[in-house]
Design a protein. Structure first.
Length: 272
């Protein structure tokens, strides 16, 4: 089992057991020996959201005396049969929605993408379903429009990719997922020779020290993000364009999932 620092988990998307988006990690707190992740939601301009201040006043809770989250206030108001007050955002804002404990986490998965690491957390509880007032049991209707381009996460294998199409196998249909990672190699030795010819001596030395081209004539494309970070640190913008000339891509990999393994379809697709 792997553990993650808060720096790795910051901005990780959190989904509940019903495949519904719950929020993003925005911090960590330790109180009375209990570790909790802070979960925030981004509200865009002109969207409505529960009014925290009015809710707190209705429930007789002072914000300075109680660290109740928005989720807790909404749940308490529903228990008391109160109408939830809403307000409209005049600008993009971030709200503390809730806290989650490690015991609630079913899965943490990280996948490398061309733009960096994608990390997702899946809960073992229907937190968002309860927040939205839904019951359990999301339908898993085989509808191409419902599944296309949704993130697919396996509870056993982690992030698989994005759903693209329905496929057919012996006995049942399936779901084809396109891998997040660009497949291929970087012609490392040739790229570094080109940099040397262009006079990027400091960048050449840094990259050579990072990965010796005499030992690593080619690099897996999964290291592309790290190479770009080093180039950016040395402020050699033109080298990024040169780098792309030495990238050899293979066709994207696919994962086929039997439809019988699909568990939930919501904001994402959860599979066994």
């Amino acid at each position: 089992m792997r553990f993650y620092s808060i720096n790795e988990l910051m901005n990780a998307a959190v989904y509940d057991s019903e495949a519904l988006f719950f929020g993003k990690v925005c911090g960590l707190t330790v109180r009375n020996g209990r570790v909790k992740l802070k979960i925030c939601v981004e509200i865009e301009t002109d969207n409505v959201y529960p009014d925290y201040e009015k809710l707190a006043r209705m429930l007789g809770i002072r914000e300075t005396e109680n660290e109740a989250s928005l989720e807790e206030l909404v749940a308490l108001a529903k228990e008391k049969g109160l109408d939830i007050p809403y307000r409209r955002a005049k600008q993009n804002i971030s709200l503390l929605k809730s806290f989650i404990e490690p015991s609630e986490i079913r899965l943490i998965s990280m996948a490398k993408t061309p733009s960096g690491n994608l990390i997702a957390i899946v809960l073992g509880t229907p937190r968002e379903a309860r927040y939205r007032g839904r019951g359990r049991g999301s339908e898993t209707v085989l509808d191409p429009d419902m599944i296309r381009d949704k993130l697919v996460i396996s509870l056993e294998k982690g992030i698989l990719g994005y759903a693209k199409e329905i496929v057919v196998g012996p006995g049942e249909p399936g779901l084809r997922c396109e891998s997040l990672e660009r497949q291929g190699e970087i012609k490392w030795l040739a790229f570094l020779r080109r940099l040397k010819e262009k006079g990027y001596s400091k960048l050449y030395e840094a990259l050579t020290e990072w990965r010796d081209p005499l030992i690593n004539r080619r690099l897996p494309l999964t290291l592309l993000g790290e190479v770009k970070s080093i180039i950016t640190e040395h402020k050699c913008g033109d080298a990024l364009n040169i780098l792309e000339e030495y990238v050899e891509e293979s066709p994207l990999a696919f994962h086929d999932v039997p439809w019988s393994s699909v568990l939930k379809i919501g904001d994402i697709i959860l599979t066994k």
